[in-house]
Design a protein around this ligand. Structure first.
Ligand code: FES
Length: 322
């Protein structure tokens, strides 16, 4: 069950495309929007395959009583990005007031911002806020190509030579060990990008002997190592079996079948939706940042909101006892 949240009606005010395959949608929110910090997110009720679902997006800086989001159209989208891309000016949606689980501490002498692809969305707001307060900040922004990077002109104007772009199609990649070494020992790093990038940053941070408390991150929950395949799941003690389609999550399939699940972030961060794996045929594509590498290797549990089996089947334990 999701936390009690403050749902509001909002109307699409404006749509533009700040980069290739990235659409920014600005909503006018009925009843206004309380002030929010960079890193905040909003939940939006979307429709996927005729079914209602909730997707979470970073709130970008926007006008008074507005919430803006930027969404990349994923070829393998489970449907959330397709829904957002289908929106037209004037259309109504329901969304929540901004909440924040990826906050700047405001206590570090220097900040390192690392963004990968559409992971720029929270980092962009952080760069603006840090620059506005005259904080020491450096930023590295990597993506497949320069054309795929939204907000670059704004960021260049804000940060000047404190911003470095890394376009993979030009053979440019972030040297994580080097950029972390430049950060003073009490500096903090904030990272948002795909799972592989986050794992690489965590490994480099550990190699540098830095405390994990000074590394803060957010990940896209829908980036896996394998393509989405259907898989079968039986829920222990309930007699319920589901087929998880490629365009849905295990959590979504269980809910569709009437299984009451506990969950919150739906991004593989909080661990509330974790299920036990009693038996399993098929590899796990762990897409969360909640479990440790060791726990992932053991394969006894997985986050149902993002992780999946690479085909095959499993019996899961959701903690229900008759
Ligand atoms: S709901 Fe938070 S990890 Fe799945």
């Amino acid at each position: 069950m999701r936390n009690a949240t403050d749902w509001r009606t909002a109307r699409v005010a404006h749509i533009d495309e700040p980069a290739a395959d990235v659409r920014r949608v600005v909503f006018d929110v009925t009843g206004g929007v309380p002030p929010f910090d960079p890193g905040s997110h909003t939940n939006i009720r979307v429709t996927i395959g005729g079914q209602g679902a909730i997707r979470t997006y970073t709130c970008l800086p926007a006008g008074r009583d507005q919430i803006a989001i930027a969404v990349k159209l994923h070829p393998q989208s489970r449907g959330g990005s397709r829904f957002i891309w289908s929106l037209m000016p004037g259309q109504e949606v329901e969304l929540t007031a901004p909440e924040n689980r990826f906050e700047l501490s405001w206590r570090a002498p220097e900040y390192l911002l690392l963004a990968g692809g559409i992971g720029i969305t929270p980092i962009y707001g952080m760069a603006q806020a840090l620059a506005a307060r005259g904080q020491k900040v450096r930023m590295h922004y990597g993506a497949q190509s320069r054309a795929a990077m939204p907000f670059v002109e704004d960021l260049q104007a804000l940060l000047g030579d404190r911003l470095t772009l890394h376009a993979a199609d030009q053979g440019q990649f972030i040297d994580l060990d080097a950029v972390i070494a430049e950060l003073p020992p009490s500096g903090e790093a904030y990272v948002c990008g795909p799972l592989g990038m986050l794992e690489a940053v965590k490994a480099a941070w550990a190699r540098a002997g830095r405390p994990i408390s000074r590394l803060r991150y957010e990940v896209f929950g829908d980036n896996g190592k394998f393509a989405e395949l259907p898989f079968e799941v039986s829920v222990m003690n309930t007699g319920i079996s589901v087929t998880v389609r490629p365009d849905q999550t295990l959590l979504g399939a269980l809910q569709e079948a009437g299984v009451e699940m506990i969950y919150d972030c739906q991004r593989g961060e909080c661990g509330l939706c974790a299920v036990g794996l009693v038996t399993r045929e098929g590899e796990i594509d762990h897409r969360d940042v909640f479990f440790s590498e060791e726990e992932k290797r053991e394969g006894h549990r997985m986050c149902s909101c993002v992780s999946r089996l690479v085909g095959g089947c499993a019996v899961i334990d959701i903690g229900y006892r008759p």
